[in-house]
Write a protein that binds this ligand. Sequence first.
Ligand code: G7M
Length: 313
Amino acid sequence: MAKRDADGVDLTVGSARMGSLEGFVLERVLLDAPDKKALFLLGRFKDITGEENGKRAIVILAKRHFETETSKVEQLSQTALQSIFTNDIYSKYGGTPPPSLNEINVDIICPCTDKHIAKYSKQETFIVRETPELYALVTLPYILSLPATTIQWVYNILEKKKEVERLLYEDPDAAQGFMLHPDLKWDQKQASELYCLAICHNRDLRSVRDLRQEHLPLLENIKTKSCQFILDKYGIMQDKLRIYLHYQPSYYHLHVHFTHVDLFGAGQNVGKAILLEDVINNLAIDPDYYLKSTLSYTLGSEMDLYKAMQSHL
Ligand code: G7M
């Protein structure tokens, strides 16, 4: 029987839950992403008995950006230097900062599914033009075939079972309310790297495709209240925020991304992100804009949705 901690967390996944990566046995590197200074690894955690047949896991290691707080910058003077070369007035060193400034971010998905592995694997990217017909024929059946467990983490947040201490703001209204949380990708160290997620309470909305003019009050509410909260807490004005939805999203429960405009990453690409302002504008012009429109976006060749579309493209 699975050994569990006080929160009911399955401890048999290995020593990661207990404070180290020691029990992680590497199977292969899924992706090396120098742009994100990140490494995506696939492997298994040894089970509680030390056997290597524990649960399959993805471990994402990412180097952190420097913190600019004066006390942190001052500590950098303790960095040990190893000379690489000097030439006239120019020199280059490898540096070893004090351990407290040398931390990395570690994200773990355990147990991971084949979908997670496909998502994080190196693959070719293609542009797909999704007509309303293609949505009805392929995309919607694909979404409906996904097990409910794929968005369990969202429901855990909405039901205040997980990440409770990370909740930034909540409007509890069932129709127009939402919860604002730091995104998994934000370590909350620097406001200049701000990344928050507004998750709506309405469980019927899967993506922009489901949005109609009647949802404008919800979208306006998310925008206005999240922007006010972010201004009050982090001092960031609305015109310094990139506010967008993903299409296709990874998780089919409507949520809105709020990032600092200076933060760049694959999630803001054309063919993935749609500005919330554009969504609001489109719905104001045509109540059924997202029912009638052809939407173009990128998909990876390993994604199940891309494979399902093959015979229809
Ligand atoms: O592509 P899509 O719009 O579905 O983006 C989902 C966002 O949810 C990504 O930016 C993820 O980093 C974020 N995210 C994913 N998970 C599994 C979690 C989680 O467990 N907690 C939080 N706070 N964010 C998550």
